[in-house]
Design a protein around this ligand. Structure first.
Ligand SMILES: C[S@@+](CC[C@H](N)C(=O)[O-])C[C@H]1O[C@@H](n2cnc3c(N)ncnc32)[C@H](O)[C@@H]1O
Length: 204
């Protein structure tokens, strides 16, 4: 790690807010994840989906367009403001908040969680909290669907924070059963071969 570029405090909303305010949002492709489009039609239709770290709501809007109640959470005010401005469906909901302190009324209330570039955006020390928080939000037998980067090389300037699949296993295995994993047929241009989709079921 270059000492001139200390790790930014990624658990501080001000870091992310500054990125949205300055327009340094290279992760935001302005369109839903192609892998989400591919897989959502193959699953039993969920009634209610949580999208943690939803950014400007590309995936939430897509789910809502399928008449699925989709709740996006992000702690960057500018991201949520943009998401709300772009919203056009009553199925689309946004909450300005921290995924590590979600409201009690959300507990056990989601059929599905869609993870897309949130896990790699949080500090590694918070991964256990992330998995616990997602577990708490799902109803019994709820599904966790995520697209994860396969790149295991560490970066001098996260995000994204890198991880290995066995690192994911270590965190998810006590709480979730891996139902399936596959390389997506569709992805954003430039991410070919870089991602894997994993489908987990909540353990009781
Ligand atoms: C790399 S961006 C991805 C955004 C979106 N998923 C996308 O693909 O466009 C990560 C997002 O996670 C949000 N985030 C990071 N930590 C968070 C936390 N603890 N609670 C809520 N949002 C968080 C950031 O504000 C940012 O919008």
């Amino acid at each position: 790690m270059d000492p001139n570029f200390p790790t930014p405090p990624l658990d501080d909303y001000l870091y992310w807010e500054s990125k949205y305010q300055s327009g340094e949002t290279g992760w935001d492709r302005g369109a839903p994840s192609p892998a989400l489009i591919e897989v959502i039609r193959l699953l039993p239709p969920p009634k209610r989906v949580l999208v943690p770290g939803c950014g400007t709501g590309n995936d939430v809007r897509y789910l809502a367009s399928l008449k699925i109640e989709a709740v996006g959470i992000d702690f960057a005010p500018s991201a949520i403001e943009t998401a709300k401005k772009k919203a056009h469906s009553p199925f689309e909901k946004y909450i300005l908040g921290d995924i590590f302190s979600l409201p009690q009324q959300f507990h056990g209330s989601f059929d599905l969680i869609w993870e897309h570039t949130c896990f790699c955006a949080i500090p590694p020390s918070k991964r256990p909290n992330y998995v616990q928080s997602m577990y708490n939000m799902l109803r019994s037998d709820g599904l966790f669907l995520g697209i994860f980067f396969l790149d295991t090389e560490s970066s001098d300037e996260p995000p994204p924070y890198c991880f290995t699949l066995s690192e994911i296993d270590r965190h998810f295995d006590p709480y979730f059963q891996l139902e399936a994993e596959w390389l997506p047929s569709f992805c954003y241009p430039g991410r070919e071969g870089e991602e894997i989709v994993r489908l987990y079921k909540k353990l009781s």
